[in-house]
Design a binder for this molecule. Sequence first.
Ligand code: ADP
Ligand code: MG
Length: 579
Amino acid sequence: MAYTSADLQRQLQRIDGKGYPAYKDIRGVYMFDDFTLFIDHVQGDPFAAPSRLRARVPMSAAGFPPDAYANRSREIALRDFLARAFSAACRSFSDRGRGSGKSGLMAMDMPGQEILERSSIVITDEYVEARFVAGLPAHGRRVLGRQAAAMLCEDVPKIVDAALKYAHLNRQALAHHLDTAEDADTLRGRLASLRLVAFVADGSILPRRSGVDDRPLQGETVVPFRSPDSLRVEVDLPHRGRVSGMGIPTGVTLIVGGGYHGKSTLLLALERGVYNHIPGDGRELVVTNPTAVKIRAEDGRSVEGVDIRPFINNLPNHADAAAFRTDNASGSTSQAANIIEALEVGAQVLLLDEDTCATNMMIRDARMQALVEKSGEPITPFIDRVRQLSEEMGVSSILVLGGSGDYFDVADTVIRMDSYLPRDVTAEAKAIAAAHPTGRRQEVAGAWPAPTPRVPLAESLNPRKGRREVSIKGRALRAVLFGTEEIDMTAVAQLVDEGQVRAIGQALNLARERFMRPGQTVPQVIAAVMEAIARHGLDILDPRQTGDYVAFRPYELAAALNRLRSLRVEVGPALKTPG
Ligand code: ADP
Ligand code: MG
């Protein structure tokens, strides 16, 4: 039996002035003129988490041409565009003067500079659906029925009209949004065949307004990106046509230059280049191999059963480097674990900035080698593994370095940032390397050791908190709250949206419930979660069909698992394959 918006209006009038729990009666489905309103969850009181609603518009009324969601790139970009429109419309209709607590609030998370798949907008051939929250109005703890009716029966239809109907949206802006995303995906997809790990288009604007404002820096002082001729690559894109820019080849790339010349800014743009950006961002055509992972030192983190032998051996106190465990990693061991864990789940590009690396993990110069013999130093620095990574493992590295010229010997490409503009100084660096030998000995002994597989134990993940069987939350970009544990994500650089953090928390639980089985290794479990999401959408993370979740990469999911202090894994010889 279907209710109408008139029924909802009558219902709200009937409960006007009653105690707040009377709102529970409006849970249900209501047919409006040209959409359906689902009131899925009604908050218990005006100060509780707001009520959850969905507005579903049939495609016949929404009117989006099939071309607007004809492929993954365009569908995600369309959903992103609608989320921005819906969020903005909610803001303009939110009226917090409507009573106590969250009364009058209407909201959907506003996306940032990246275009990401979000569960707040769902599109199928049949309909467009927006998921949002509302604070049902109250005076004290009494229902304000008339205000609620104005919100739900008058304002919501206006929001739906403004944000979910093709005819009322800015068509040009929408087309540009979709084309921009499709071009970026196309460009990223071309990288491998061009033997590139990243591309930075000429004219790109890399610097941001501030450390807390991700919009492009503005003003006359901003220097648009311009590729050195020797690294310039041209690519034809479906919408923009031919674009030119700097291609960073596979292999080992150094970004050098004096302090404050734009090195870290370039690397940060490359970190974010795994995502698409909105028109006007300045990084629309800055794309990076989608598996690129930013690596840094992260002392204090826990490490569970990670084979760090490529970098660390012969630890004092007989710690096992093949299954290294600690509750409190040092700078170098944490960085080693970060690298191995990224490789474990398939990273093909590592991004490192000396500002955030452990020096002893990066380099041991000739004098230090002379003073402290190899047998007294457990660390094999990155400089002695980076070529092997490239040649044997097919893993490229991009390093920001201002301090150590020893890396000239192992680099394929050296880019110097000079007043924010890149120069190709590879030949110069090689000539200097030949003229000034470092005198250091390479410290690698033999091939890259076959990694020890790790099998995560489901029982080591516990989402319970107090009486709640499952309690999972995100805390901005900083932490996943999983049961009673707070997983520190502050060193995981490539998270850009709180919705990703929330989704990763749920994904850990999905992994625990469905995929952590005897013999299933970390990369197998992570891949199974990603595949389930690819097949069923973000809703597989939460049966409540909320708008809370944003797509994430396997690397960030693995990063959360690896930082869970309760995590226990079975390693190496204990490993049994099933069946
Ligand atoms: P480095 O890592 O070489 O020390 P940064 O990348 O941190 O330098 O950049 C130093 C400052 O210059 C930052 O405030 C950054 O916003 C600014 N900056 C970077 N690139 C540009 C550019 N292309 N135009 C204008 N300012 C820039
Ligand atoms: Mg820097």
